[in-house]
Design a protein around this ligand. Structure first.
Ligand SMILES: Cc1cc2nc3c(=O)[nH]c(=O)nc-3n(C[C@H](O)[C@H](O)[C@H](O)COP(=O)(O)O)c2cc1C
Length: 182
């Protein structure tokens, strides 16, 4: 099984959690990592669409790893979706490149799990915050896996960060869920 890991963080120099999670994933077998800011900086027009599309060849699972900033995707990840998921490739009559692949979203968040609950300050679960990713996945025929969210991630270190890393490695090492296996 082959996995493509798309990573985005708008402030790479300040990142601790996302950086550590990327490093934890990198040694896993059959995993291709594409860090958008490492490849393209913050230039939304610099994204190499052909290279990003080619990176999906023979991939079964696509993982999107990013921090939650103002309850949203990062700018480069949004630009990536706009430009890479094209008509005729991701959707439209001939656009079947993503069909049948699993989408696994992995996010870090500064707020607590309670904040991300119906009773919490924002009265929204992480599943609701990530609705654009779910809708995009289903629109192009991907299977949407339950998101993996790491709360209170700002400044996490030691055992807590190690727990995040272990949870990510376990999720990426798990087989596709049975309903997703052809
Ligand atoms: C500009 C900005 C906006 C943020 N907005 C949110 C937010 O909406 N919700 C949240 O839970 N955390 C928010 N945070 C906290 C980050 O999600 C958290 O610091 C990050 O996920 C930790 O990962 P990192 O060390 O890789 O940056 C925000 C942080 C920044 C810098």
């Amino acid at each position: 099984m082959k996995t493509l890991l798309i990573v985005s963080h708008p402030y790479p120099d300040q990142s601790q959690a996302v950086r550590s999670l990327q490093q934890a994933a990198e040694p896993l077998p059959n995993l291709l990592v594409r860090n958008l800011e490492s490849l393209y900086g913050h230039d939304t027009r610099a994204i190499d669409v052909a290279a990003e599309q080619a990176a999906h060849d023979n991939v079964d699972r696509v993982v999107y790893l990013f921090p939650i900033h103002w309850f949203n995707l990062t700018p480069m990840l949004k630009a990536y979706l706009n430009q890479v998921w094209t008509y005729g490739w991701a959707f439209g009559p001939e656009g079947k490149a993503l069909q049948g692949k699993e989408m696994q979203v992995v996010v870090t968040a500064g707020a607590s799990a309670h904040t991300y609950s119906a009773e919490g300050l924002i009265q929204s679960r992480i599943q609701e915050i990530l609705t654009p990713m779910k809708a995009s996945a289903l629109y192009v025929g991907m299977h949407y896996a339950e998101p993996l969210a790491f709360y209170e991630a700002m400044g996490a270190q030691g055992d807590r960060l190690a727990g995040f890393r272990d949870a990510l490695r376990a999720r990426l090492s798990a087989p596709l869920s049975p309903s997703l296996v052809a």
